[in-house]
Structure formats: structure tokens, C-alpha cells
Design a protein around this ligand. Structure first.
Ligand code: MN
Length: 433
């Protein structure tokens, strides 16, 4: 007997992949784990009868000769089915958009694309297997959820063309919207209110963070959606909701960031949880249950993580060309022309005292002023930044002061300069390895 199953905590990509895979393997039994995300549960409440879904306890592991696992590639994500792990002759087939794994599969369709459904859709297209509008809708939900509506950086061209294919197969966007974006309930509204009330902001390594603490009583659905909204309202780089369940001595932490910069998933893995760069969560048990302690722990991790992530020192331009503050404007003009740059830092005995840029030349009224020293026209409000700051912090300074270049300082020395071009090169991944 063949079975198709997926990871616990099944999301739409997981359910859609199980259903889509059943078209590729029509003789297989579909097994859905008991733990299912709340919006998937809501979807199943209406659509359940359309699929013949079994639970792990319905499976007699003795009878299974082939395990088809979708949207997962490790044993610890499989719920129940312990008997399968011991079977030596079990044939394993994996369809997953995560690479790696510990399952020793006979066949593996594992590629880094945005969602597992994209890989199965490829097979359906190749084999010219028709899908119903309902299955197309479900697959599109999986694709949109896992790619953030095709906006996450993991999205590939094939994900986008799968989207076209599913819309051609009549995927229904209004059904999709009502399940992917469930309305906020009274409970979520109340919690969001509590979050904003207890919210504290903090700056770590140039990242703007917000923390809040809410006492909850039992399970609350869709908390991650609420944390997302909290992050948007606070307009920070990352927001963390600390949900204390005092009766059970535990605290669930949900973090939401942005695509670039901080890796929330990595951060949460450090404290026993998981996730992806934009979002992650973990659960801590009693001994750490103190709001102050947890915020300190997270801040410390971010502070430490900075060392392994890109710092300005990695993207800045160097050596920096500087001019002494008694250089004439005439000489500076020639330097700017020869170097093809729009500005240059000014130093007095090696110490940064100003920056002269093309726009400062407009302050001069007469040609004779070209003989004046640069210190008369340079801007003395010097914005500088230290080498261990993040590229994002440099961009914030550029926006705030409307400048295009910032000298990079280490122990009072100018060790480089970061320009708009350097920042662009970083964001578009054009850095040399
Ligand atoms: Mn997935």
C-alpha cells in the first residue's frame, strides 16, 4: 500500500500538496496529521467530504510499502507512523521545496522553489493530468501562503508560472481570500489592543525592535497574523509578541521581521524554535519566564548575530580619498572631476571635520571663491557610522540626512566610505564573494 502524507502543523501548501499528489498517485491513501493550522482547519470544515483523508492512527504501518512525503523531508516532521521508520524495505518518495533531509529516499523531487505545490504542478502539467477548479484553488492557496503572494525572496519564475497555470485552471480568488485572510475575531482584537498597550521599543545594532507582553488563557488562533499587524503598526524592523500562559508555566514567542536584515527563523532556532527569515516562533518553559529576561535574551542574540551577518565593513569602499581642510575649492573641483565622484571627506590632521560635495559649490557666489579653502564651504555637520553597523542603518542615515555618502569610522580613523552605490550593490546581491 502507498500512503501520501505531510508535515505536522499542516499549512495550505502541505494540504494542497497531499491532494495534488493524489492525482499523481491515484492508488495511494491520503493521510493528514492531526495537528493542522487553524485556517486550514476552517477550509477542511467545509471541503472535507471532497477528499478521502485518513489520520495516522488509521494506518497499519505493516501494510505500507511506499511512503510519499510532501512539503517535508525529515522524520521529525512526520506525525505518528512510528512503525514506518523501522521498516528497512520502505520505499520513500519525497516532494519538497526544502533541500536536505534524513530519510534516505528512493526518489526525491527536491528543489528550492517557493512552494511544494509548484513541483507537483510541474508533474501534473507534464503528464497532462486535469485538475478541478477546487483543487486549483487549494493549490493556489498553498502557493500564495508559502510565497507571501509571490513576494518572498524564495519565489521563483516557476512559482509565478504555476500561478498562471492555476488561474487558467479556474482557481477561485474570492474563495482563496476568505480562507487565507480570515477576519479578526473579538479575541484577536482584544489581544492586539493589549499588545499595543504593553509595547516597548528598543534599538539593537541599528534595528528597530518592538516587544510586548500579553497574558493568555489557553490557545488563541491566528496569533502570528496579529503579531504581523502589530509589527506594521509599530513600524519596526522586527516585532516580538511574548504570550504568557501562566497556568501552564510557558511562554510562546512569535517574531515577525522583514525579508531582509534580521533572520527571525535563525534567531528562534537559537532558542529552541524555528521559522523562516521573515517569521518564527518558539516556546519557553517556566525557568525563563520573565519578560525582561526574554527581551534581553533576544536582544543579545541579535547583537551577537550581527557578527555573522553583513556589516558595513564588508560593503564599504576603501581606501578613502580625503582632502586636507586647507585645500582650495579649485583643487577639490579637479579632484572630483578626475575621480568621477560627487563628494569627498575633509580631514584636519587625519580627523574627519567635514564633507565637501558638488552641491556645496553652489554656495559660491564669485569665481574668486575658488581660491578659498574647502573648510569655508564644506558641510561640517558630519554624519559618520561605525564599521560594525548594518547596511540598513547606513540607508536610514542616508534617508534622514539626505546624503549619499557616509564615512565609516573605526577608533576615530576613517577606514572607508559607504555610498548609495555600495548600498545598492548589497541589496541587489552584487557583492563579490
Ligand atoms: Mn511548504
Amino acid at each position: 500500500m502507498k500512503i501520501i502524507t505531510t508535515h505536522k502543523g499542516a499549512d495550505f501548501d502541505a494540504l494542497a500538496s497531499v491532494v495534488a499528489a493524489s492525482l499523481v498517485y491515484p492508488d495511494a491513501m491520503l493521510v493528514l496529521p492531526k495537528s493542522i493550522n487553524p485556517n486550514v482547519k476552517a477550509f477542511l470544515a467545509i471541503h472535507k467530504d471532497l477528499f478521502d483523508l485518513k489520520s495516522p492512527k488509521d494506518v497499519d504501518c505493516e501494510d505500507v510499502d511506499t511512503l510519499i512525503l510532501v512539503d517535508a523531508c525529515t522524520w521529525n516532521r512526520v506525525e505518528g507512523l512510528k512503525g514506518l521508520r523501522k521498516k528497512e524495505d520502505l520505499k520513500i518518495i519525497i516532494w519538497d521545496h526544502h533541500t536536505g533531509g534524513d530519510m534516505n529516499p528512493a526518489i526525491q523531487y527536491q528543489e528550492k522553489v517557493g512552494a511544494a505545490v509548484t513541483l507537483i504542478a510541474r508533474e501534473l502539467k507534464e503528464k497532462r493530468i486535469l485538475i478541478t477548479p477546487m483543487i486549483a484553488t487549494l493549490m493556489l492557496m498553498g502557493l500564495y501562503e508559502d510565497t507571501g503572494n509571490l513576494s518572498f525572496s524564495t519565489t521563483t519564475v516557476e512559482d509565478a508560472s504555476t500561478c498562471v497555470y492555476l488561474l487558467e485552471r479556474k482557481a477561485d480568488l474570492s474563495v482563496l481570500n476568505s480562507f487565507l485572510r480570515p477576519a479578526y475575531g473579538e479575541m484577536q482584537k482584544r489581544i492586539l489592543f493589549e499588545m499595543l498597550k504593553s509595547s516597548k521599543r528598543k534599538k539593537v545594532n541599528g534595528y528597530k525592535l518592538a516587544f510586548c507582553k500579553v497574558d493568555v488563557d489557553g490557545h488563541v488562533g491566528n496569533l502570528s497574523v496579529v503579531v504581523n499587524m502589530y509589527r506594521d503598526l509599530e513600524n519596526v524592523d522586527a516585532a516580538f509578541g511574548l504570550f504568557f500562559e501562566s497556568k501552564k508555566d510557558k511562554c510562546v514567542i512569535i517574531g515577525r521581521g522583514r525579508e531582509e536584515g534580521l533572520d527571525i527563523g535563525k534567531l528562534m532556532r537559537n532558542i529552541g524554535g524555528g521559522g523562516h527569515p521573515g517569521a518564527g516562533s518558539t516556546m519557553l518553559k517556566s525557568e525563563f519566564l520573565d519578560y525582561q529576561g526574554i527581551t534581553e535574551l533576544i536582544s543579545e542574540l541579535i547583537r551577537g548575530d550581527q557578527k555573522s551577518s553583513v556589516q558595513l565593513g564588508d560593503i564599504m569602499s576603501f581606501p578613502v580619498f580625503t582632502v586636507p581642510d586647507d585645500t582650495t575649492m579649485e583643487a577639490v573641483a579637479l579632484i572630483l572631476r578626475d575621480k568621477g565622484c560627487t563628494g569627498v571627506p575633509v580631514v584636519k590632521k587625519k580627523v574627519l571635520v567635514g564633507v565637501i560635495s558638488r552641491k556645496d559649490f553652489k554656495k559660491m557666489r564669485k569665481d574668486i571663491h575658488m581660491k578659498s579653502p574647502v573648510k569655508a564651504y564644506m558641510s561640517t555637520e558630519v554624519v559618520s557610522i561605525s564599521a560594525d553597523k548594518s547596511p540598513w542603518e547606513a540607508i536610514r542615515l542616508m534617508m534622514k540626512h539626505d546624503i549619499g555618502r557616509i564615512p565609516v569610522i573605526k577608533n576615530d580613523d576613517i577606514i572607508g566610505i559607504v555610498t548609495r552605490t555600495d548600498a545598492m550593490r548589497y541589496y541587489y546581491n552584487l557583492l563579490p564573494d
